[in-house]
Design a binder for this molecule. Sequence first.
Ligand code: PGA
Length: 251
Amino acid sequence: MRRPLVAGNWKMHGTRASVAELINGLRKQVLPVSVEIAVFPTCLHVAQVLDGLQGVHVEVGAQDCAVDPVQGALTGEIAASQLQDAGCAMVLVGHSERRLLLGETDADVVRKFAAVQSCGLIPLLCVGETLEQREAGKTLAVVGAQLASVIDVLGVDVFARAVIAYEPVWAIGSGLTASPEQAQQVHAAIRAQLAVQSVEVACAVRVLYGGSVKAANAAELFGMPDIDGGLVGGASLNADEFGAICRAAGS
Ligand code: PGA
C-alpha cells in the first residue's frame, strides 16, 4: 500500500505575516495521520514554518536547489546540503515554471535530483506536458522523455527514494483540471515505464497529480488507482482548503 502524500507548493507567495496566518490556520486543521503532508514555502520562510508547525505532522520542503549539493561560490543559489541543514525533508525538482520560464533543462533537473538524494532528502520530480503538446498527441512521449532523462542517468532504483508529480502545464493555476481519467492514463504510463526496469520500484513509488487541485475535485482524483495524492499550488495557500484536500486523501 502506498501512503498518500499531499504537498503544498506555496511558490513565490508569502510575507512573514501571511505565513504566520497560514501556520495558525494549518494548526487548527484535523489532518489525517494516514496521509503524509508537506508544504514548500520560499526558502525565506522555511525556518518560520518549521518552527510554527512543530508538533504538527507536516514536513517542510524547498521549491528548488542548486545543481551542486555542496556549498560554494554561486551567488543566489541554495545547496541541497544547506536545505538539509535547515530542516527540509524534500525538494521539488523540475517544476514546469522553472523548466518553461527559467529555462531549466532535463540535464539540470537530473543534477538537482541527484544533489537532493545525495544529501538524504527526497526529490519530488515534476513532469508534464503543455497544451500544445497534448493537442498534438504528444503527452505520453513528453512525460516519458522527462522521466527517462532521470532513469537513463541515475537508474530506476533512485525512484525508491523519490516522488513523482504529474502536472499538466495547462492545468496549473488555470482552474482547468485534468479529468481523473486523463490523469490516471498518464499516471499508469509513468508506472508502466518504471516497471520495464523494476516492478518493485514501479509499484512502490508515489505519483501525485498537480494542476488546479482543490477540495471540490480532490476526492475524485485521489480515487484513481495510480494517483497517490496531490501537489497543490493555489489551494495550498488557504489552510481550510488545504486541510480538506489532505482529508480527501485520507478517506
Ligand atoms: P495549482 O499549481 O494547484 O495552482 O494549479 C500546482 C503546481 O504548480 O504545483
